[in-house]
Design a protein around this ligand. Structure first.
Ligand code: NAD
Length: 790
């Protein structure tokens, strides 16, 4: 054998990580008393336990306390008791606790990593170099946010007791993403790890004891869906933060509807990994290794759909296959292992089932010729080619080491394919042309986009999805908002609408009859049903009739809003000028609007004029803010910048209140428009004529067709249609409590972002009913990672 042959034949020797400390920790613990409640260790009421086992061997690791509803009660009671003191503590006091947690974790970094790999099966290289250091960074980073709270989040305070539920794929990291911002914000928590991977959370609770976390501030309970549901449904909890599957996310959205609980959902994904023909193919292949084979593909943002430009497809696939043949499948505790076992037999069976189904549907599934370890839940890395866009492997989140490949011809097709999914978590774009990459990134419906990279995370950069990947962000400034409540000026309780179908007494007068219509796609249109709704004056006479909009009208309005590209694609300066112009034109008819307000609501002429003037002022405000509520640039500890872009939510449905019928409507429409959303508005059911007067002003204010659509009619009914419509991305609803609750429950189809007043209006005239709190709801933050250097 010559030296070259020897070189090629060279095998890695085993590089096992010592596990004696972890085994000693496991042997010394009483897992029958694993619930960490009020600073103490408790057995589950009734003594129930569940088993956690080692994915690489199937061997039992521990029998862990399975919390009952009574235990969840006790944990919530402890968190509630601890809340006043913790939330009243100074930012500095909380910062010191967060810092102490981070430092204590650092001191036990290796134990955390080994335990994580034993319990979850992830290669030690990943837990040691990625999961644990990132978790530590999260606590240390958020120590700073605790101290910066008053200055950076004026008018905000912690939401209260938080229930947090996490999955098994990044047990410690997800715990850190949840607990660190909550503690920084002054919240107390009840957290439930996933039932497959409870161990590092137990070690973390020990760290809390040592780091001086006050009793009851952090409570960690264990169990499965039942324990999770007990947290979700607990009346003593003010916010639920969930990471897990979209299926359970939807159950939680429904369960919390109408409860007033704040909610963030970090769900599944089917992220695109787009390789353009000018990409550095070798780098792209290494990116893919991280993108889909990291953590065995059990990653919410895994780049599980490879979209490759036709001209380079064969070359890239050949390189990918060569690289796959060199991936080392084996013990998670071997430092040379690239691919460990899946977390559990059920997960392995699921992945196998999906691969078989994908093959049945026409995909060609290729695996390297490698032997699997004799025990454990291993699955070979798998490459599926010939995948049609409808194939199950292109649509379903596999959550395993399976890559589905498709080709595209040009940039438009790449974007279309990438967005052809109900998810919207992440995407990678590979091109040596930064202009092309930054042209594509904003067009991808994904919360995170990595340019020439993948799976980059940092505590300072928000992470989270669009569409069925959930809502809310974790990390960074936007992640802090998830645990804070803004002080909005509450208005009165909203009663269910009482407009009667009875004819109202005809008003005197000789004015020519005017038919108020719906306003859809820039045109006045008659309602589909050809029914009308009588509108009464304050004196009970007939003020006019408006169209009684129905499901079909909402559908048309949503289609018009979706088709309107001119508004979201306009520059912020351009939008600003249109909003100024709208204000200017409304001002020109201020007297007429004031008269209408008095006639309909009975407001004094002075009060009516005030409402009109305030409406104009509000339009002016948002016109001015349109080009100022901008994103940020983060500088994470990596050779990269992260552009946190503010993007419009999309099509936003708005159900406006009766109170302050002009100002309330404008207070909601204007911020949505300022940020580039298109709007389908259902104005006050009782005073809709203000909106139908308003569309006349809109018509000559240079607002592009479809940017604002107005459908008059029964608020509750139309709110329901908007809530169920899968092409509506956001819904802002100020209606009675029942209508709000129903809309939240009915929004689960596409997990639209619902902002509900929960049956309360706002004091629309207050200065606090405007500004950043509204603009924040009008945007999604997209984090685009751009690495630099050669
Ligand atoms: P899962 O939804 O089955 O379980 C997640 C957690 O919810 C577990 O703790 C589980 O016990 C609990 N749970 C289950 N049913 C519940 C119910 N009815 N009520 C309350 N709690 C309930 O998900 P999983 O299989 O553990 O994790 C995998 C999923 O997590 C994937 O879809 C993945 O994409 C997603 N994930 C998302 C992110 C993200 O940030 N977007 C990060 C990691 C994982």
């Amino acid at each position: 054998m010559n030296i070259l042959d020897r070189y090629h034949a060279m095998e890695y020797g085993p590089a096992p990580e010592a596990r004696n400390e972890a085994d000693a920790w496991l042997a010394a613990r009483d897992f029958g008393k694993a619930l960490f409640i009020d600073g103490g260790w408790k057995a589950a009421t009734g003594g129930k336990t569940f088993e956690t086992s080692e994915p690489s061997s199937g061997k039992l690791l521990a029998k862990v306390s399975d919390a009952s509803a009574a235990d969840i009660d006790a944990a919530v009671a402890a968190a509630t008791k601890a809340l006043p003191k913790w939330s009243a503590s100074t930012g500095y006091q909380r910062a010191k606790v967060l810092y102490a947690i981070g430092r204590a974790m650092q001191r036990h970094q290796r134990l955390f990593a080994v335990l994580e790999s034993i319990d979850n099966g992830k290669p030690i290289r990943e837990s040691r170099d990625i999961d644990v250091p990132l978790a530590i960074r999260h606590f240390i980073h958020h120590a700073g946010w605790a101290q910066a709270l008053d200055k950076d989040f004026p008018g905000h305070k912690g939401v209260g007791v938080v229930g947090q539920i996490i999955p098994w794929n990044f047990p410690l990291l997800m715990l850190a993403w949840k607990i660190a911002p909550a503690l920084a914000a002054g919240c107390t928590v009840v957290l439930k790890p996933a039932e497959f991977t409870p161990l590092t959370a137990i070690l973390f609770a020990e760290i809390c004891e040592r780091a001086g976390v006050p009793k009851g501030v952090v409570n960690i309970v264990h169990g499965g869906p039942e324990a999770g549901a007990a947290i979700v449904n607990h009346a003593g909890i003010q916010k639920i933060a969930f990471t897990g599957s979209s299926e359970v996310g939807k159950i939680i959205r429904k369960a919390t509807a109408g409860s007033g609980k704040k909610l963030s959902l970090e769900l599944g994904g089917k992220s695109a990994f787009i390789v353009f023909e000018d990409a550095d193919l070798d780098s792209a292949v290494e990116g893919l290794v991280d993108g889909i084979w990291f953590n065995q593909g059990q990653v919410c943002c895994a780049g599980s759909r490879l979209l490759v430009q036709e001209g380079i497809a064969d070359a890239l696939i050949a390189k990918v296959k060569t690289r796959m043949s060199r991936l080392r499948v084996g013990s998670p505790l071997d430092k040379n292992t690239d691919i460990g076992p899946l977390v559990d037999l059920t997960q392995l069976d699921r992945v196998k089932g999906l691969v078989a189904e994908g093959a049945k549907q026409g995909a060609v599934c290729w695996q390297p010729d490698a032997a699997l370890p004799s025990s454990g839940y291993y699955h070979l890395p798998t490459l599926a080619t010939g995948v049609s866009p409808a194939n199950i492997l292109a649509q379903e989140e596999v959550f395993g080491p399976v890559l589905a490949t498709m080709t595209f011809r040009n940039t438009e097709e790449a974007i279309e394919l990438a967005n052809n999914t109900r998810y919207g978590l992440a995407a990678s774009v590979w091109s040596e042309n930064i202009n092309l990459a930054l042209h594509v990134a904003p067009q991808l419906k994904a919360g995170v986009v990595w340019v020439n990279g993948t799976n980059m995370f940092d505590a300072a950069c928000g992470f989270g999805g669009y569409r069925e990947s959930g809502f809310g962000r974790e990390g960074g400034r936007e992640g802090m908002f998830e645990y804070l409540a803004a002080k909005l000026p509450l208005g009165p309780v909203i009663k269910p609408a009482t407009t009667s179908a009875q004819p109202v007494e005809q008003a005197d007068g000789t004015a020519i009859d005017r038919t108020a219509k719906l306003f859809i796609g820039g045109k006045q249109v008659r309602p589909d049903g050809n029914y009308s709704l009588a509108v009464a004056t304050a004196k009970g006479k007939l003020a006019g009739e408006v169209g009684l909009g129905n499901r079909k009208d909402i559908r048309d309005a949503v289609a018009a809003a979706r088709a309107c590209k001119a508004w979201p694609e306009a520059t912020a300066y351009n939008r600003s000028q249109v909003l100024y112009y709208l204000a200017e034109n409304l001002s020109g008819r201020a007297g007429e609007f004031a008269f209408r307000l008095t006639e309909l609501t009975g407001a004094t002429p002075k009060a009516a004029r005030e409402e009109v003037d305030q409406s104009i002022e509000r339009l002016f405000l948002y016109a001015g803010l349109a080009d100022k509520f901008e994103g940020r640039v983060h500088q994470p500890p990596a050779r990269a910048v992260t552009l946190a872009l503010h993007e419009p939510v999309g099509v936003v449905g708005i159900v406006a209140p009766d109170a302050s019928p002009l100002l309330g409507l404008i207070s909601l429409i204007a911020p949505a428009l300022a940020m580039g959303n298109t709007v389908v508005a259902v104005p006050s059911e009782r005073y809709p004529l203000l909106a139908t007067d308003l569309y006349q002003v809109i018509e000559y204010s240079d607002v592009p067709a479809g940017a604002i659509n107005i459908v008059t009619g029964r608020s509750a009914e139309l709110a329901g249609v908007l809530a169920k419509h899968d092409d509506v991305d956001g819904l802002w609803i100020f209606a009675d409590a029942d209508t709000c609750a129903k809309a939240e429950a009915e929004s689960i189809g596409n997990l639209k972002r619902v902002w509900s007043g929960n049956g309360r209006g706002l004091d629309w005239a207050s200065d606090e009913a405007a500004g950043d709190a509204f603009l924040r709801r009008a945007i999604e933050v997209k984090n685009v990672w751009v690495p630099y250097g050669d």
